[in-house]
Write a protein that binds this ligand. Structure first.
Ligand code: HT7
Ligand code: ZN
Length: 879
């Protein structure tokens, strides 16, 4: 496989003014006829280059130009390219291809899922449908005719407006769709199947009525309300916050069972993984409801940030994904609890993204090169990309940021542009210089901020010295200093102090003058605060103002002050995590010395206070009581001793449970409620705290706690509480767990999404023997390796989220993963390469683990038929 470089970008030699497609969908095969109105691009360097079209795994039936059939000598094929030399300046190309969607297991291009035809064209799937200029800077107006059996496929959908329907002979019918907005091929979509529909309407600010339709399997009609409500909320929010109105009279969502990712923003025909659209209280957890809301909003927001203004090339992917994640996270924050949302986002970043930035696949949010673009739909492109947009928002402030986004959308509507165009619009609208800030787009790696603070009582000043550095990443040893917005406050005995910097040019002030955003731009910088009358505790990186690792040598007492009284929810939570980290490190040392784990009494008191605190958001209390995850600890403690970390963390949890058992019990009882279920912030918070309390109580391993979990499992009417109880039971010594699992399966066997949760609970069980359970479940009738949701629920959850079992000392976990990757490499390379990621982090583990992991990677690399997806990940991880 070859590497593609950003520096090799050149404009397309040809443009496609219109694309007409005819699909004849059949049971054995399908025929696609495309008519492309092509012309030479006046901006191209060469005006006599051959026409080169992309095409993968296609059977070419016929090819003609301006109605004349081409003979074999007039075109040639090599790899993914079809070349036709000596074409006129403008012409009509007609091409017929035959496809076998029923055999397409890659879920890219046109494929079948549960009897229905559907497509996935991002990033380069359209070339599996017909020969085309399959690149995002070629935008065309599409007209699509779909012909299929009416009884098997009563619903025939594509992008844009329905302009014709017709019944043909022999039970065949046809629909014709026209999308007036020019779009790249990756936004093309087609669906044909037997689908039921939920309908609603949305009235835009300018008074246009939009028909909203969600197409699902008949049995799922009762699970669409939350997605529909989320869609309407997202449409209103985009009008209110960004001034963006929807532009067509119809917006369709279709749910499919087999899908490689969460959803796809095809113009006016979003295709969703069922897991990201269906929700009802009996089958879906609170987290599931929130995911539906977030993904529906994300895909809807792409209509402007992605579709109306799209990417010039795939190196610019974060232009649409980072910006859209920023937009969806602000939306979710406005719909629920902002601090909880922020903590969740930061947790994902600090675990998955920081790990990626420190690993063999580290890349900037605008990569310079790739082998397989599908491998670059990463937490870096999405989540770090979103953090970069957030920093621009912080540096500009909300008003200027809005001015910048208005300018960006107005300036580039209908264009395929670059990250540079986005930054330039922000600069032009605000007058703020983002020259140095641009390093965030070109440099990989997580910057580290080392901060120290000194109080001068005599001068009544407090000085922060901030040093920045960034570790080298593959291909980038030297890093220029970043422009880092560092939000700070100084916390005194009675709250935040007024801030007055001696060098006022270096900051952005908050309205009440007790919080400042420091512009950190140098390798080392000093910020002196005047008129500070007491030694403060600095509250740093407030709201997680930049995606960096922060070192400040806080004392336990300082952290306790922040945990108890910081007005910034993120910093307050972070202080609790830093205290937890100190306790876990102490526990590791104690266990290694054969001693008992006993947490610091001040820390226990702070947790006790938290449990009694009814004025704080219950969701925050729950988050603060949860110790740093094993995944986060693996980012901090090196080399990673998975088992040592796991046992220390569990021992500490048990010690806390024992010391605070009465408080956890009281908290549990206080959170019980019989009000009707709603996935709103208050109820989600209450359930989260209740289940956190139950998880601690279960560590006591006593009859009373087990009875509580059994009662919760049996009596809950919502999946959040049921699944939490089932999880704790499965991880306990309770004899009832086998019966609970069996009853769960029997009750939900006809709901695939619920059965996926059943697989996941078992795959994530921390007890010994889980690998054998997972292996056994792979031959369960409900498991299907062709379905990505099932693969993620069983294999993905075991290898990615069950450290202590995946890292079994005999290497059986690694062997298992390599086997599955080799299997999936043939059927679904995208899923195979994603699944492989836990093995690629081998360098951070103990030498014994490293060796075992490495030899499995070598085994994968030795497969002569590796897909480019798996090849890229495995080869880079061994470099
Ligand atoms: N833009 C979409 C990306 C996507 C995708 C990429 C590769 C392979 C399959 C895929 N399905 C969807 C999703 C999004 O970010 O909105
Ligand atoms: Zn997206």
């Amino acid at each position: 496989p070859s590497t593609i470089f950003l520096s090799d970008y050149s404009v397309p030699d040809f443009l496609i003014d219109s694309t007409t497609l005819r699909f004849e969908l059949g049971e054995a095969s399908s025929l696609v006829c495309s008519v492309l109105a092509l012309r030479r691009n006046p901006d191209a360097a060469s005006q006599d280059a051959p026409l080169q079209l992309h095409g993968t795994e296609l059977e070419l039936v016929s090819l003609s130009i301006d109605g004349r059939q081409l003979d074999d000598s007039e075109w040639s094929q090599s790899g993914e390219q079809l070349s036709i030399a000596n074409v006129p300046a403008s012409f009509s190309l007609c091409c017929e291809t035959r496809l076998r969607p029923q055999d397409n297991t890659s879920l890219e291009g046109l494929y079948k899922s549960s009897g229905m035809f559907c497509t996935q064209c991002e990033a380069e799937g359209f070339r599996k449908i017909t020969y085309y200029l399959d690149r995002p800077d070629v935008m065309s107006v599409f007209t699509v005719e779909i012909i299929a059996d009416q009884s098997r496929y009563p619903v025939l959908l594509s992008n844009g407006n329905l302009i014709e329907t017709e019944s043909l002979a022999d039970g065949i019918h046809k629909t014709v769709w026209h999308d007036p907005f020019p779009k790249p091929a990756y936004l093309f979509a087609l669906v044909a199947g037997k689908l039921a529909v939920v309908e609603d309407q949305f009235l835009t600010t300018s008074g246009r009525s939009v028909d909203l339709k969600i197409y699902v399997d008949e049995k799922d009609l009762d699970k669409c309300d939350h997605a529909m409500l989320s869609l309407k909320n997202a449409m209103r929010w985009d009008e209110d916050v960004y001034g963006r109105e929807y532009d067509l009279d119809i917006f369709n969502i279709v749910a499919v069972d087999d899908f490689n990712m969460g959803a796809m923003e095809n113009k006016s025909l979003n295709i969703f993984n069922t897991s990201c659209v269906l929700a009802k209280q009996e089958t879906t957890t609170d987290a599931g409801f929130q995911r539906v809301e977030g993904v529906v909003a994300h895909e809807y927001f792409h209509n402007w940030s992605g579709n109306r203004v799209t990417c010039r090339d795939w190196f610019q992917l974060s232009l649409k994904e980072g910006f859209t994640v920023f937009r969806d996270s602000e939306f979710s924050s406005d719909m629920g609890s902002p601090t909880v949302k922020r903590v969740e986002d930061v947790t994902l970043l600090r675990t998955a993204q920081f790990a990626e930035d420190a690993g063999p696949m580290a890349h900037p949010i605008r990569p310079d090169s790739f082998i397989e673009i599908s491998n670059f739909y990463t937490v870096t492109i999405y989540e770090k990309g979103s953090e970069v947009v957030r920093m621009i928002h912080t540096l500009l402030g909300p008003e200027l940021f809005r001015k910048g986004s208005d300018l960006y959308f107005d300036r580039h509507d209908g264009q395929a542009v670059t990250c540079e165009d986005f930054v330039l619009a922000m600069e032009d609208a605000s007058g703020i210089d983002l020259k140095q800030f641009r390093h965030w787009y070109s440099q990989a790696g997580t910057p580290r901020l080392h901060v120290s603070g000194t109080y001068d009582e005599q001068a009544q000043t407090y000085t922060l010295v901030v040093k920045q550095s960034c570790p080298s990443t593959p291909g980038q040893t030297e890093k220029a200093p970043f422009h880092i917005p560092l939000a700070v406050a100084l916390i005194g005995e009675a709250g935040q102090l007024a801030l007055q910097l001696t060098d006022a040019a270096a900051n952005i002030e908050s309205p009440d003058n007790t919080e400042l955003v420091l512009n950190v731009t140098e390798p080392e910088q000093r910020f002196v605060f005047a008129n500070i009358k007491e030694e403060p505790v600095p509250s740093l990186l407030r709201g997680f103002s930049a995606p960096v690792k922060l070192d400040f040598d806080y004392s336990g007492a300082q952290l306790l002050r922040l945990m108890r009284s910081d007005s910034d929810g993120f910093c307050r939570w972070d202080a609790s995590q830093q205290l937890g980290l100190v306790e876990i490190k102490r526990a590791i040392t104690a266990l290694a010395a054969g001693q008992q784990v006993s947490p610091d009494s001040e820390y226990v008191s702070a947790c006790r206070e938290l449990l009694a605190n009814t004025s704080l958001d219950a969701a925050m209390v729950a988050l603060m009581l949860q110790l740093p995850s094993e995944a986060y600890l693996a980012e901090i403690i090196h080399p990673v001793d998975v088992h040592g970390i796991h046992h220390a963390r569990e021992a500490l949890r048990k010690a806390l449970a024992t010391a605070l058992s009465d408080e956890f019990s009281a908290c549990y009882s206080r959170c019980e409620s019989d009000e009707a279920y709603a996935p709103d912030a208050a109820q989600i918070a209450r359930r989260s705290l209740k289940n956190t309390a139950l998880s601690y109580l279960m560590l006591l391993d006593d009859a009373q706690s087990i009875a509580l979990a059994v009662r919760q499992y049996e009596s809950s009417s919502n999946m959040t509480d049921r699944l939490a109880a089932l999880t704790y039971l499965v991880n306990s010594t309770a004899a009832y767990k086998a019966e609970a699992l069996l009853r769960f399966y029997q009750q939900w066997q006809h709901e695939p999404l619920v059965i996926n949760q059943w697989f996941q609970v078992q795959a994530m069980c921390r007890l010994p023997g889980t690998l054998e359970v997972v292996q056994g479940l792979m031959s369960h009738p409900a498991f299907d390796i062709r379905n990505p949701n099932k693969v993620r629920a069983l294999i993905g959850a075991f290898c990615g989220q069950n450290g202590v079992n995946f890292h079994r000392e005999d290497g059986a976990g690694y062997r298992f993963l390599a086997d599955q990757v080799l299997l999936l490499n043939r059927s679904n390379p995208q899923i195979a390469s994603r699944l492989l990621v836990p093995l690629t982090k081998w360098r951070k583990y103990l030498p014994s683990a490293q060796q075992l992991m490495c030899s499995e990677l070598q085994r994968v690399l030795a497969d002569p038929e590796l897909s480019s997806d798996v090849y890229e990940v495995v080869s880079k991880s061994l470099q």
